[in-house]
Ligand binder design. Structure first.
Ligand SMILES: [Zn+2]
Length: 114
């Protein structure tokens, strides 16, 4: 299960940060998640809840901000939002699209209780 290992990775980062900053309790974690990562937010939340039981992040909210896929056409230079990474350019039908956003996957904020 893909999302479970990701949730585990998030918990590892949180633990690291908590240790560095002497944080004892995490109340929320904010994530940026690009659509190209193919991670299912609800499934990730579920896994996160599951693996944080008994840890410093138990009961913490996982706030996921989804980032849409945007690209720029290599042929005409137009920027647009893509439904999937294999679309062609809506303007010139060009096939070569440089992906600008959608691969994001990082923690932007960790909220603590105090
Ligand atoms: Zn184009």
């Amino acid at each position: 299960m893909h999302e479970l290992s990701i949730a585990q990775g998030i918990l590892d980062i949180i633990r690291d940060e908590a240790e560095k900053n002497s944080i004892e309790r995490i109340s929320a974690v904010r994530l940026k998640l690009g659509k190209l990562t193919a991670v299912e937010p609800s499934s990730l939340s579920f896994c996160f809840e599951l693996i944080t039981k008994g840890t410093l992040a138990e009961g913490a909210r996982l706030e996921i901000e989804t980032v849409p896929i945007t690209g720029r056409c290599a042929q005409c230079g137009r920027e647009f939002t893509l439904e999937d990474p294999f679309c062609n350019c809506p303007v010139c039908q060009g096939l070569k699209i440089d992906i600008l956003t959608g691969r994001e996957f990082y923690i932007c904020e960790i909220e603590t209780d105090d």
